[in-house]
Ligand binder design. Structure first.
Ligand code: MV4
Length: 505
């Protein structure tokens, strides 16, 4: 067994996270015979991830800054419990190089890359410099540290429209598109101000603005023995305000030639920072299938299940194997992609009210099942949805032998998914699964915000839905036809109406 600086055998692992990803990681541990330790805040006292773990430790008040983000508390529980490793999941401390370093300093295996890789990829400019040296195609843009005058000159050379970006930025923060040279100086100043307040670093740079692009990302896996492979692409263009809503694997836009090129570039980008563990390289692709490096995410991503279903690779198990010093289970030539997977993020948000975050107690949850349906959830009936954490409460992933079947299954599963007590984004997903441009694969990163709104759709009568769904929940298993008004026996017109809509007829 090769033990390098960051890998070592362990038999107990602390999951430094909550919700669906904590449960997901614990399941992988259980399948590998690794004991699990949960940490939880006041609000998560009765959460599923606490019940799933072998041991659970309270780490403080509900606010993440007093619990899940407090490195010392996490490290302390790891030591107290005898956990030899920590998996950070995503968000919270997952991309904090200082946390990865603190694990290493305390001889605890951090299930992820080395601090150097996190630091280099965490800064957009250093990431660009690192991957450029590896021959990775970048969006035409500027190098670090230019003065405003130099940026004005560079913008003219790049050609308008240009995009002002914050070096420490992410998720679109600090970005300013500029179409007219007269607006550049003000855009630079306002992007700097936002970046300074959001990240404490006002460094900005310029890129050529790629209009109507698609967000395609490549999953990579690397072990501590020099093996680096990719697991194909994910389509992530369906976002709203840089929050992904629906992801797919593979992408309808990517053909075999493009996939091979993007995969090779992603592997080169990972190798440029001696990457170990799971990571994702984000690209922007233009209409002509040119693709450009955007950034590298040095963590397990929310949308990893769509890749798992299509490649058959358990990404979390591979992360654990690598962290224990083992080689990857698969070589590049072993990786195949079969079928199609779509993920809908089920958020506690109201799509009829501009995706306003919603809170409340989950009084009843009916989870979809059946062929090709996977639900990764971090809540169950009785859970209190609070404003302390991210609004995502579950991921609904549907698999089919092709995209059409995956869409049909997703429609059926969304119809079966009844969450009472809090408003969710399910109606948005139902609408999207019947949207013609979506079904035709004709969308880009602007689609959700420009082409799609729920305003022209009547918000369902929540009380009626609650009453009806409660009746159904208590009478689960009854043949629906008994409740349908006489004369509507002909099920052909039911098609994809949700259960409570059928009852209204
Ligand atoms: C871009 C771009 C167009 N041109 N860069 C958004 C956040 C970060 N991931 C990079 N992003 C973009 N960078 C250039 N030169 C458009 C976006 C962008 C975007 C990219 C991917 C997915 C969704 C997006 C939504 C808005 C803007």
């Amino acid at each position: 067994m090769v033990e390098n600086l960051h890998t070592r055998r362990f038999d107990k692992l602390l999951v430094a996270n909550r919700g669906e990803i904590a449960v997901r990681i614990m399941r992988a541990c259980q399948e590998l015979g690794i004991k699990t330790v949960a940490v939880y805040s006041d609000a998560d006292r009765n959460a599923p991830h606490v019940r799933t773990a072998d041991e659970a430790y309270h780490i403080g008040p509900s606010a993440a800054r007093e619990s899940y983000l407090v490195m010392e508390k996490i490290i302390d529980v790891a030591k107290k419990s005898g956990a030899g490793a920590i998996h950070p999941g995503y968000g919270f401390l997952a991309e904090r190089a200082d946390f990865a370093q603190a694990c290493y300093d305390n001889e605890i295996v951090f299930v992820g890359p080395a601090p150097y890789a996190i630091t280099t990829m965490g800064d957009k400019l250093s990431a660009r410099e690192a991957v450029k040296a590896a021959g990775v195609p970048l969006v035409p843009g500027t190098s670090p540290g230019l003065t405003d005058d130099e940026l004005v000159t560079a913008a003219a050379e790049i050609g308008y429209p240009v995009l002002v970006k914050a070096s420490a930025g992410g998720g679109g923060k600090g970005m300013r598109p500029v179409h007219d040279p007269a607006d550049l100086l003000e855009a630079l100043a306002s992007a700097r101000r936002e970046a300074e307040s959001a990240f404490g670093d006002g460094t900005v740079y310029l890129e050529k603005l790629i209009t109507s692009g698609r967000h395609i990302e490549i999953q990579v896996l690397a072990d501590a023995h020099g093996n680096v492979i990719h697991l194909g692409e994910r389509e992530c263009s369906l976002q709203r305000r840089h929050q992904k809503l629906i992801e797919e694997c593979p992408s309808i836009f990517v053909d075999d030639e493009m996939r091979a090129k993007m995969g090779a570039v992603a592997v080169a980008a990972a190798k440029s920072v001696n990457y170990v563990s799971a990571g994702t390289i984000e690209f922007l692709a233009d209409r002509d299938k040119n693709f450009y490096f955007l950034e590298m995410n040095t963590r397990l991503q929310v949308e990893h299940p769509v890749t798992e279903l299509v490649t058959g690779v358990d990404i979390v198990q591979e992360m654990l194997r690598v962290a224990r010093g083992r080689e990857l289970r698969s070589r590049q030539e072993d990786i195949t992609m079969e079928g199609w997977a779509i993920e809908c993020r089920i958020n506690a948000e109201d799509p009829y009210m501009g995706f306003l975050p919603a809170t409340g107690e989950l009084t009843s949850v009916t989870t979809p099942k059946g062929p090709g349906v996977r639900v990764d959830t971090g809540v169950d009936a009785g859970a209190e949805i609070t404003p302390y954490y991210d609004s995502m409460i579950a991921k609904l992933i549907c698999y089919g032998k092709n995209r059409g079947e995956a869409i049909l299954r997703m429609r059926r599963a969304l119809q079966e998914y009844h969450i009472l007590g809090v408003t969710t984004s399910i109606p948005f997903h139902l609408h999207m699964m019947e949207n013609v441009p979506f079904m035709g694969g004709n969308f880009d990163t602007n689609f959700v915000e420009n082409e799609f709104n729920m305003k022209d759709r009547e918000a369902p009568d929540k009380l009626e839905a609650a009453v009806v769904a409660t009746i159904l929940a208590h009478r689960e298993g009854q043949v629906l036809a008994q409740y349908v008004a006489p004369g509507a026996r002909d099920t052909s017109n039911w098609k994809w109406l949700s259960r409570w809509e059928r009852l209204k007829r």
